[in-house]
Each structure stands twice: as C-alpha cells, then as structure tokens.
Design a protein around this ligand. Structure first.
Ligand SMILES: Cc1cc2nc3c(=O)[nH]c(=O)nc-3n(C[C@H](O)[C@H](O)[C@H](O)COP(=O)(O)OP(=O)(O)OC[C@H]3O[C@@H](n4cnc5c(N)ncnc54)[C@H](O)[C@@H]3O)c2cc1C
Length: 509
C-alpha cells in the first residue's frame, strides 16, 4: 500500500481512520472506508475475525454439528438404521475439523483485507494516548475518526477458591483434544447450555450450576423449562438457584475440582474433572487508554454510545459488544452498516442529489434493530421481539398462538418432534410483537416472522402466503390460526432479569 509520510518523532503518522479491533464490525467498516479511498489502519492484537470466528460462533457451531452427528449415530435405530459397534467421538478429529473451518475463515479475511491498497492491518495492542492518537507497538497513529471494535472476554464466577483451581473459558475449552470425564459448567445461559449439550453428546458427564431460579432466565418460563427438559433427557444434570458456591481442588488428584453450594433443595456437593466459566462477558476496555481519549465506561465496563454508535467524544465511535447494546455477531455487523450509512452513503446521497437517480439512502440506527437471536442447542431455540413476560410486565394486551412441534408434519417425518412454536401479536394492528420457536429448523423458520415484523406485515398477510410443503414454515399460518387474547392482570409478574450476556457480577482474570 501507499506508505504514509514518515512522521517526525513528535508528530504521529497521519491516517484518515483508525479501527481498533478486528471483530465483526471493524474489518467491514475498514474495508468500506478503504474502498471510498480513505487510508485506514486496522489494529488487531490477536486474530482477525475476533471472538465469533476464532472462539465463538463459528467453532462452537462446528462442534454442535459433530455432536449432532454423534447423537444421530447413537440413535440411528430410531430411523431404522443399524450401526453395529459402538459410536465413539474422536475429539482430536473433531478439533481438527473445527480448526480447519476457523483457519479457512481467517485466511479468507486476511487475503481480502490484504487486497486493499489503502488499508493496513497492524498486529498489536491499540491504546489511546490522546482523543485522536492511538499507540500500537512503537508506532503512534493519528486520525480524525477512530472506531473501537474491541469486543469482550469471559467473566469468571465470583466464588471463593476460584483462583486456586484451573478454570476453562470458551477459548481454552475449544483447545481440548481429550474429552473431559465430568465437565462442570458455571452458568446455565446461552453459552453454557450450548457447551452442555455438545460435551454431553460427545460422551462427558455434564453438570450445570445456575444462580438464577431457572435456566436462560431471560426467556419465558415455559421456554426455559422446555430447554431444560430437552437437555435433561440427554443426561445433563442441572442445579438452579445455587448460592454460596465454594470451589477447591480435589485432594485426591490435585487437578479435579470440588464444588459445595446451596440450592433451594438443600446443600449439594459436586466433583468434576473440568470447570468451565460461562457466566457472561465483559468489554475489553480496561487497557484501551480511554482516560486519554476523554471516554468513561459504564458500570459494566461498556462505552456508552448513541443510536448511531457515536461516543461522548467527537470523532470516536464504538461498535459491537464493547458498547453493551448488542451481544451478537449480527448486531456488531449491523453496527458497521449504521456507521457506513452515515459516513459514506449519506455523503454519496448528497453528491448524487439532482440527477444520478440514486435512491436516497435511509439513515440507520440501533433503534431499527428488532431483537433476534438463537440458542444453538439441537433443536435450536430462536427468538425475536418481545417475550410474553415483557408484554405482561408492560401491562400490554396481546394475542398468543402456540403449536407443539408434534403437530408439524415435517417434524414427525423427521422423527424430531421436541419443542413448540409461540407467537405474540398486537390485537389492533394484527402485527407480530414477538416469537419463540423451539424445534427443528427454528433458527431458519424464525426469519419469516422477523421479516414480517420488519416489513409491518399482518397475520392475514402471512396466512395468505402459499408455503412450500412439507416444511416447518408451512405451519406458521396454522400457528397464527391459534391466536387467543391475553389480557395481563394488573399485578404483573416480575420483569425479565438483566441481559445475561452482560451480568453485573463476576470478574475477569
Ligand atoms: C462461545 C460463544 C459462542 C457464540 N455464539 C454466537 C452465535 O452463535 N451467534 C452470535 O450472533 N453470536 C455468538 N457469540 C457472540 C459473538 O461472538 C460476539 O457477539 C461477537 O463476536 C462480537 O463481535 P465484536 O465485533 O464486538 O468483537 P469481537 O468479535 O470480540 O472482536 C474484538 C477484537 O478486538 C481485538 N482487540 C481487543 N482489544 C484490542 C486492542 N486494545 N487492540 C487491538 N485489538 C484488540 C480482539 O483481539 C478481537 O479480535 C458467541 C460468543 C461466544 C463466546
């Protein structure tokens, strides 16, 4: 690429834009800026692609696939298929496959970013030394626009003794190539439950400890109950409402862990060979030199932003998990679209006013985002919009439709009828307010309802659509045919707990 002018010792290297962190927003924003001719420095201290590609979504979904293969093989007789001999999981081969998928993605990203003449990827830890200056290695870079996309890292539980025992995180667990005999998981929320099913299906004993009274406590009670039953049926053990947890090394082996705790059913003791911390994540903001930029974090360590990702300091934006207003890859990626629309497409619109016939770009913002996510247990749980607990707490009347997966022809044909679909509708407008689908293909089927919410389609619009047979989606009109009115009582149930992806307790090592 064109090299920037050699800086004087006093003068930092001038750039048009600096991006700190190559997660799920930074690389794509850097590329958009570079494509617009700007000189962009993209600083990454570990590996391109961040958590999602290296130790989050992508590797865990390869494991979900391997675990499902083992599960199907073990239960092959259910589909009339005989497998003679034991089904064994070769964790080294599972890991090699995971590593190959991750490596391919990182290689693609590296090649793509390397192909841009005005973009330089700089390996190192970026730290502000002034509002417009970032230090990386022995280089000082200055730019009028700085974008922070540094993501987060796992929290450890606040338990007495935790410093004296080996604790795995989602990163280190993914490096194991020997199967844990008994994996104890601290945290019965999204990340913990995915790992619980994966390792149970691989053949480990798995025990989950959750401090809330139920699993995935953000979800409606019957949803969290259904997920618990699904995992219990596969042999995962749960302790919920746990308190006063103490952990220590088991005397016999020195490497195993022993946990003592209280539950509503009385005191309990569990010994495990491995302990995984899955109690939430904390933004990577402590060592960013934010004080030199004039930025202050909130109590969770997040950098506050407005709906267009601007921080309190002009010229600095924060994107992705670091601002605490999204905890997913798709929200981080959307953040880059919001910023690019403002900084690049907005400029293109005024330039093309008066003749080029380009459609005016629409301003984008975090507010346009409909909550949407999935828990990738098998079968998956997919969620959009409001939950029933939230609507009840708001005292808002709604229509509710439910359909067990056992009534879905495609699920019966597949022999996988676990789960149910639930949809919530605004009575006057007949528009979708939210949905929770637990069942085969739920993570794909939900997008029809998500599109309906996005486009403001009504129940009747969806019911007129001719669906393909035999699919799970074809039952959405039937689901919508079960709607009945719900009028929340005045004494509303307690509001859903805070976003479990961003707990306020726990700490990092
Ligand atoms: C086990 C697990 C499974 C998950 N599964 C899913 C899923 O299925 N679907 C989903 O949507 N989300 C999932 N997530 C969440 C998802 O991974 C994150 O929401 C997403 O990666 C956030 O992206 P980000 O852009 O904010 O930052 P990140 O992806 O965390 O990237 C931040 C980058 O910044 C770098 N960095 C940090 N500080 C500095 C610094 N000072 N200087 C230079 N570089 C720095 C880091 O090395 C990292 O590469 C999962 C997370 C985990 C842990």
């Amino acid at each position: 690429m064109d090299q920037p002018p050699t800086p004087s010792p006093l003068r930092p290297e001038p750039w048009d834009a600096i991006v700190i962190g190559a997660g799920q927003a930074g690389p794509f924003l850097a590329a958009r800026l570079a494509a617009a001719g700007q000189r962009v420095a993209l600083i990454e201290r570990e590996h391109l692609g961040g958590t999602c590609v290296n130790d989050g979504c992508m590797p865990t979904k390869t494991l979900v696939a391997s675990a499902r293969a083992a599960h199907v093989a073990r239960h092959a007789a259910h589909w009339g298929v005989r497998i003679d001999g034991a089904v064994r999981v070769d964790l080294k081969a599972v890991k090699a496959r995971k590593d190959a998928v991750v490596a391919q993605s990182v290689a693609n990203l590296t090649q793509w970013l390397g192909s841009m003449p005005t973009l330089e990827v700089i390996a190192g830890h970026g730290r502000f030394t002034a509002p417009t200056v970032v230090q990386v290695n022995d280089r000082r870079l200055a730019a009028p626009r700085i974008f922070v996309n540094v993501g987060g890292r796992p929290l450890l539980p606040d338990w007495p003794g935790i410093d004296d025992v080996p604790v795995l995180t989602n990163t280190t667990l993914l490096e194991l190539d020997e199967l844990p005999e008994h994996l104890v998981i601290a945290g019965g929320s999204y990340i913990g439950l995915e790992f619980a099913q994966i390792y149970r299906r691989f053949g480990s004993r798995v025990t989950v400890l959750e401090s809330a009274p139920r699993l995935i406590a953000r979800e409606d009670p019957e949803i969290s109950r259904a997920v618990r039953e699904l995992l219990e049926a596969e042999g995962v053990t749960f302790h919920v409402g746990v308190s006063d947890v103490r952990v220590r090394r088991a005397a016999a082996t020195g490497s195993e862990v022993e946990l003592e705790f209280h539950t509503p059913a009385g005191p309990r003791r569990v010994s495990g060979t491995h302990l995984l911390a899955a109690v939430g994540r904390r933004p990577n903001t402590e060592d960013l030199g934010l004080e030199h930029a004039g930025l202050v974090t909130d109590a969770r360590g997040a950098i506050p932003v407005d709906d267009e990702l601007r921080t309190a300091v002009d010229g600095i934006w924060a994107l992705g998990d670091v601002h605490g207003r999204g905890a997913f890859t798709h929200t981080s990626y959307h953040d880059h679209e919001i910023v690019a629309a403002k900084l690049l497409d907005g400029a293109a619109r005024s330039a093309s006013d008066g003749g080029e016939g380009r459609a005016p770009s629409v301003a984008r913002s975090i507010r346009e985002r409909i909550p949407a996510y999935a828990l990738f247990v098998d079968p998956p749980l997919a969620r959009i919009g409001a939950s029933e607990v939230e609507l009840r707490a708001a005292g808002r009347p709604f229509l509710k439709g439910t359909l067990p997966m056992a009534r879905v022809g495609r699920a019966r044909e597949r022999g996988e009828t676990v789960g149910a679909m639930k949809v919530l509708v605004e009575p006057d407008s007949q528009r979708i307010l939210g949905a929770a689908l637990l069942g085969i293909e739920a993570d794909e089927v939900i997008h029809e309802l998500l599109l309906a919410m996005h486009a403001g389609l009504t129940v009747q619009d969806l019911q007129r659509l001719v669906h393909i047979h035999p699919t799970v989606s074809e039952q959405l009109p039937t689901l919508l045919g079960t709607l009945v009115p719900v009028t929340p009582e005045l004494a509303a149930p307690p509001a859903a707990p805070a976003d479990p992806a961003h707990p306020t307790t726990g700490r990092t090592r």
